[in-house]
Design a binder for this molecule. Structure first.
Ligand code: NAP
Length: 279
């Protein structure tokens, strides 16, 4: 899955090295976008800094002002309600105006961040998901007022190296958060339930999970590689009076289609409020 980047940035800083920051750090290292000398990170507490240093083998700071002058790209990976503090800190630290900022905070609009920043830094909003760590992520990006083609190219280089990357208007970002940011969690739940089904009919748990993982991977590849509609692929495996139609009707009885679609809708609504939340 690993893809080599076309243009590697000289130094990347990750502000916020929690779940997502670590995922991206690991992904950037695994895919050769940066090495341990050209990647640094920051956290709020010394405990988190220490933990991330031990896990990633990169410098992790509480005070990162010194690093800013050599850094080309800053990935902002703090919770949405912490973005404002981070931008304030960057302003005080004299953030050079040419540093590209890429925010992955859900629900935090570009206009709000640009208004606070004041300096004309190129800013890109991105919404990645956790499979980035295995090179199979999905990320949407959108450009701020001062982001030029070269900055978007750099962002594409980073996110293409860890999966796929699409460019979308910012008004789609809450939807992307509900579908792509949260999507892996929906699929983990579905996979767990399918494995439970396997266990119910006598399969050992680890075998059931292995079968489910490969089946989901295979089905996803069929949809991606064939370019055919999932309904057409489903018809192909649904023989008259067979077992698949029996299983499918049971799923429809449970309203799986509307339950999943409504889950995306609900997550999108929640995402739209994340930028204003205080926690
Ligand atoms: N989770 C997902 O699947 C997903 C997907 C797409 C996008 N996102 C977005 O990713 C962002 C991060 O989410 P997460 O789940 O990774 O959060 P998280 O695990 O809570 O990590 C947040 C990190 O930010 C650090 N931090 C907080 N305030 C800081 C400050 N002032 N300066 C420097 N570092 C600071 C925290 O340090 P301490 O530990 O020391 O407090 C921690 O390392 C969110 O905005 C979310 O919307 C998440």
């Amino acid at each position: 899955m690993s893809r080599q980047a076309k243009v590697n940035p000289k130094k990347i800083g990750i502000i916020g090295i929690g779940v997502m920051g670590k995922t991206l750090a690991q992904a950037l290292l695994n895919n050769g976008i940066v090495n341990r000398e050209t990647l640094w990170a920051a956290a709020k507490t010394e405990k988190s800094c220490e933990k991330a240093r031990a896990e990633l083998g990169i410098p992790v700071y509480r005070d990162y002002a010194e690093e800013l002058k050599d850094t080309e790209v800053l990935l902002l990976c703090v919770k949405p309600h912490k973005i404002s503090d981070v931008l304030e800190g960057l302003k005080k630290a004299g953030l050079p105006a040419n540093v590209l900022l890429i925010s992955i905070a859900a629900g935090k609009a570009i206009a709000v961040m640009e208004e606070q920043l004041v300096t004309p830094n190129p800013l890109i909003r991105a919404m990645p998901n956790t499979p980035c760590v295995v090179g199979a992520g999905m990320t949407a990006i959108t450009a701020g007022s001062f982001a030029e083609d070269a900055h978007m190219e750099l962002a594409r280089t980073i996110f293409n190296a860890v999966g796929e990357c699409v460019e979308l208007d910012e008004h789609h970002f809450d939807a992307v958060t509900g579908l792509c940011g949260s999507g892996p969690a929906y699929l983990y739940l579905i996979m767990e339930a399918l494995a439970d089904g396997g266990v119910r009919v006598g399969l050992p748990r680890d075998t059931a999970l292995r079968i489910v993982s490969q089946t989901v991977l295979g089905a996803a590849s069929m949809v991606k590689d064939s370019g055919r509609h999932p309904a057409a692929l489903r018809d192909d495996v649904t023989t008259p009076a067979g077992c698949t139609i029996a299983g499918l009707l049971t799923l429809e009885d449970g309203k799986i289609r509307s339950v999943l679609a409504r889950a995306v809708e609900e997550a999108t609504i929640t995402a739209s409020g994340l930028g204003q939340k205080k926690y």
